[in-house]
Design a protein around this ligand. Structure first.
Ligand code: SAM
Length: 321
């Protein structure tokens, strides 16, 4: 097992299936142009092999499939179908939900029980101006269908001062009414935001989010697993919510995450754009490739921040949100 001096090890693998996305969210891309697949993305076989090697070499027991938008990747169905060969404790998907209804049968067939759906607003006009594409009603239908099939849904919402501050309570109430655990994600200083004043203006921190909620509801903090990225709260008689407080309460010291980009780059830290390509290694037969993968993982582990997320020009789409 690969353990660093702070006792951190890799447990969670986040796989970006594709950098392509059918949205062009303002905080993710600067110019409104929809994201395209990277050149030389891994093939279906390479991807499935990479995941198998990473799980074994890194001691991974939790997998999250993300992107870009994973549900638009032609590799989505094959990856899901290949996962039951691996001994994983948990498999989850992060999606913008636009194609959720269509993909629910594949998700159910693969035995996946957990989904995170991104939803920054319940206002149709604001939705279009944040995502610069898509249709809110379609996302909401997808969520209802996933719930009806018994899937556990979480909603991700990024509070942005100039875009959805008025939506923080409506989204919470939408989630509480459906027994969905909402995760507010503090805006991360990544990609084009890294060199842009709009980051400071748009950032909404945990204290402010809690103040808004506290004006209407009583809440108290509850325990979260040690390597959890979210601070979790309970509203008695209503339900739970969490805040991924990467700025207000950094979680680097207990981070167990490892990221694989769609073109075969390994990232040990969201706050470091240095990456290691595993494309060549995927030509090696099993089990020789395991030893080489472990060498890569040792180097990736050294990239982890010790204390706090410092921001990076790497864009979330490349390395998997
Ligand atoms: N397309 C999928 C989706 O929309 O959920 C998966 C990829 S997206 C990069 C994953 C998550 O990262 C989304 O919930 C998105 O809101 C969040 N995200 C992207 N850029 C972010 C940023 N700069 N700060 C905080 N969250 C961000």
């Amino acid at each position: 097992m690969i353990v660093d001096p702070l006792g951190r090890r890799f447990k969670n693998l986040r796989v970006s299936l594709t950098a392509a996305c059918n949205y062009a969210c303002t905080y993710c891309v600067p110019d409104g142009k929809k994201l395209q697949a990277l050149s030389a993305e891994l093939s279906e076989q390479e991807l499935n092999y990479a995941v198998r090697l990473l799980v074994e070499a890194g001691g991974i027991d939790r997998l999250r499939i993300t992107g870009g938008e994973p549900l638009i990747s032609p590799k989505f169905d094959a990856l899901l179908d290949s996962l039951n060969e691996l001994s994983l404790l948990d498999i989850a998907i992060t999606t913008n939900g636009q194609f959720l209804s269509k993909k629910l049968p594949v998700i159910k067939r693969a035995g996946i029980t957990r989904l995170n759906v991104s939803l920054d607003t319940l206002d149709h006009t604001a939705f279009r101006s944040i995502a610069r594409s898509g249709d809110l009603a379609t996302v909401l239908e997808g969520i209802e269908e996933a719930l009806a099939l018994g899937l556990q849904v979480k909603v991700n919402c990024v509070p942005i001062r100039t875009a959805n501050l008025d939506q923080l309570l409506p989204i919470l109430e939408y989630c509480l009414a459906r027994n969905i655990e909402l995760r507010y994600i503090e805006l991360m200083n990544m990609g084009h935001l890294k060199h842009n004043q709009s980051y400071e203006q748009d950032f909404v921190g945990m204290d402010e989010i809690l103040e808004k909620i506290g004006a209407k509801y009583d809440y108290y903090k509850i325990d979260a697993p040690l390597d959890s990225t979210s601070v979790r709260f309970e509203i008695p008689d209503f339900g739970r919510f969490g805040i991924i407080a990467n700025e207000s309460e950094p979680f680097c010291r207990t981070c167990t995450r490892l990221r694989l980009s769609s073109n075969g780059q390994i990232f040990g830290c969201l706050s470091n754009s240095k990456a290691f390509s595993i494309k060549q290694l995927l030509n090696e037969p099993y089990p020789q490739a395991i030893t080489e993968m472990q060498t890569v993982l040792r180097s990736a582990m050294q990239l982890k921040q010790r204390l706090a997320f410092t921001g990076e020009t790497t864009v979330m789409k490349f390395i998997g949100g």
